[in-house]
Ligand binder design. Structure first.
Ligand code: SF4
Length: 477
C-alpha cells in the first residue's frame, strides 16, 4: 500500500455551519490546517463524485470543491488534478460538455483529468490479492490523494461512504464483479456477489491511501437516491466529517446516521484487513458532538417489493446483491420516468432471481437476470393455449359439422408465449435493459422511455461502449 500522508492522526472532525464552504474550512482547521496534509510543490489529486451528466448531489458539490481547491492552493500545491470515473461507461468529456467543469476548474487553478482517455491519462497495472487492476497513473504519481465524497443513500451500503468513492478511481470494467462459485458454497445464500464486491472495493482503496478524506453531508439525498428518483428527498444537515483515516471518517459518518460498525459489512471487512481505525475509542473526535448531531433519515428500501410501480407486479425468487442493485435502479427509473408509459402498457410482470413465483400476467413478462432466465425455462407462463384453427367456424357447412360434433372438446394448441422480455446478465446492465424494454414495447406504447433512452444515448452512454473499447470500458457498473 502506498502511504500518502505525513499525518498519522486518529483525529476526525465533525463540523456544522450555515455555509458549505465554512463547514469544509472549519473541519480542516480543526485537523490542524491544510498544511498538515498538503506540502509546498505537491501534486494533488482530488477524487470527486462524477457519476452522470447531472448536477449535484449526483455529482460533487461545487461549493465544497471550490473551498478545497482554494485551500490546496493556499498550501502551495504545484498542481491540483480533479477527476473520477463516471458510471455506466459514460465519458468524462460528455459530463464536461454538460457541466462545463473543465473551464470552471481552470479558472480556479485546477485541472479536470479525463481518466477514461488513455492518451491523456494512462493507467498502470497493479497486482493485488491475485487481481490485476488498471489504476490511473496520474493518481499513483500524485504526491497526495484527497477524497471529497458527497454522501447520500445507497441501496447496498446504506450510504455512499468514502471507501465507495475510491472505487470509481478505476473504470467500470475494473469494477465488474465476475460470478465465481466456490465449491460447496451457495452463491446466493452467502451473497457472494456482495462479499466479492466489498473485497474488490477494499483492494482498490488499498492501492493508494488518501491523506485527507471529507465526507460531505451538508446536503444529503435520502429515500430512493442517489440519483434523483421520484421517492428521493434532499435534506440539509449542515454537517461535514473529515479526517485522514478514511475508515474512521466513514465510521463516524455512519454513527451520525445511527449505524454502528457491526451493521456495516464493508467496515467490518476493513477492520479484518486492518485498513484503518474501527475502534471508536481510538478516534479523537473534534468539533461538534457526535451524540447531539445524530440524524434520522430515510434510507433506500431493503426489499424490491417495496418499490410500488403503477401496473407492475413483481415476483422475486432467491436473489443476491447484484440483481438487487440493478433491479433497484431499473424499477426506480420506471417509477420516475415511465409513469405515462405504464398507463398505456396497462399491465406488466417482472420476475427476478432464482425460481421466482409465476407471474401475475400472461403478457408483458420481464424476466430479469440469468438466475430468473435459467430457472423459468420450462415454466407454464412460457406457453399459451390457443384454439386450433379447425375449431373456428367459417362457413354454414362448418356450423353444421360443428353442431354434430358439439359434444367434442375444443382442440387447444400450445404456443410459445412471445410476450416475454428477457434481460440476460449476472446482473443485467440497466441501460441495456432499457434498450431491450423499449424495443419490445415500441415508441407508441412507451413514448417516455423512448425520449429518455434517446437522451441517454445522446449523453454518450451507448456511444461510450464503442469508443472506449480500446480502454476496455464496458457498460457494466
Ligand atoms: S443473475 Fe442476479 S441473482 Fe443470479 S447470481 Fe447473478 S446477480 Fe445474483
Amino acid at each position: 500500500m502506498i502511504k500518502n500522508s505525513k499525518v498519522n492522526s486518529t483525529d476526525v472532525a465533525i463540523t456544522k455551519n450555515d455555509s458549505p464552504t465554512k463547514t469544509i474550512n472549519n473541519g480542516i482547521e480543526l485537523l490542524g490546517g491544510i498544511s498538515r496534509f498538503i506540502g509546498k510543490e505537491d501534486k494533488v489529486f482530488i477524487k470527486i463524485n462524477l457519476r452522470a451528466p447531472s448536477g449535484f448531489p449526483v455529482n460533487v458539490s461545487i461549493d465544497s470543491l471550490r473551498a478545497l481547491i482554494i485551500l490546496c492552493k493556499d498550501a502551495g500545491a504545484k498542481k491540483i488534478y480533479v477527476g473520477g470515473f463516471p458510471n455506466y461507461g459514460v465519458k468524462t468529456s460528455t459530463l464536461n460538455d454538460t457541466l462545463g467543469l473543465k473551464y470552471y476548474l481552470e479558472k480556479l487553478g485546477a485541472e479536470l483529468i479525463f481518466l477514461d482517455d488513455e492518451e491523456l491519462a494512462p493507467f498502470s497495472n497493479i497486482d493485488i490479492n491475485g487481481k490485476n487492476i488498471e489504476y490511473p497513473t496520474r493518481v499513483l504519481e500524485s504526491d497526495k490523494l484527497i477524497i471529497l465524497n458527497q454522501v447520500s443513500v445507497d441501496p447496498l451500503f446504506k450510504c455512499t461512504l468514502s471507501l465507495l468513492n475510491c472505487y470509481s478511481l478505476v473504470s467500470s470494467k475494473s469494477q465488474k464483479i465476475d460470478k465465481v462459485i466456490r465449491s460447496g458454497k451457495d452463491y446466493l445464500l452467502l451473497d457472494q456477489f456482495k462479499q466479492d464486491l466489498i473485497s474488490h472495493i477494499l483492494d482498490v482503496f488499498s492501492i493508494k491511501k488518501p491523506c485527507l478524506v471529507i465526507n460531505d453531508m451538508f446536503y444529503f439525498l435520502e429515500g430512493a437516491g442517489p440519483f434523483i428518483y421520484k421517492d428521493s428527498n434532499l435534506i440539509r444537515t449542515s454537517l461535514v466529517v473529515s479526517g485522514s483515516d478514511a475508515v474512521a471518517v466513514d465510521l463516524i459518518t455512519l454513527n451520525l446516521l445511527k449505524i454502528d460498525l457491526l451493521s456495516s459489512e464493508i467496515l467490518l471487512e476493513a477492520r479484518n484487513r486492518k485498513l484503518g481505525i474501527t475502534n471508536g475509542s481510538e478516534i479523537n473526535l473534534k468539533g461538534e458532538s457526535l451524540d447531539d448531531n445524530k440524524l434520522i433519515v430515510n434510507f433506500s428500501v431493503y426489499k424490491l417489493n417495496e418499490i410500488t410501480i403503477n401496473n407492475t407486479y413483481l415476483q422475486t425468487g432467491r436473489i443476491c446483491s447484484g440483481c438487487f442493485k440493478e433491479a433497484y435502479y431499473l424499477l426506480n427509473f420506471m417509477k420516475t420516468h415511465m409513469t405515462k408509459d405504464l398507463k398505456y402498457i396497462r399491465t406488466q410482470s417482472m420476475l427476478i432471481g432464482e425460481n421466482p413465483p409465476e407471474p401475475d400476467t400472461v403478457e408483458n413478462i420481464i424476466v430479469f437476470g440469468d438466475c430468473a432466465l435459467t430457472t423459468t425455462k420450462n415454466r407454464d407462463f412460457r406457453y399459451i393455449q390457443v384454439l386450433k384453427k379447425d375449431n373456428i367456424i367459417k362457413t354454414v357447412g362448418d356450423k353444421v359439422k360443428k353442431e354434430k360434433s358439439s359434444q367434442k372438446k375444443p382442440i387447444v394448441k400450445e404456443k410459445v408465449n412471445k410476450s416475454i422480455i428477457e434481460l440476460p446478465g449476472c446482473p443485467p446492465d440497466m441501460l441495456m435493459s432499457l434498450n431491450t424494454i423499449l424495443k419490445y414495447y415500441g415508441k407508441t406504447q412507451a413514448p417516455n422511455l423512448s425520449f429518455y433512452n434517446a437522451l441517454l444515448n445522446q449523453f454518450g452512454y451507448k456511444e461510450s461502449g464503442k469508443l472506449m473499447k480500446k480502454k476496455g470500458v464496458t457498460n457494466d457498473v
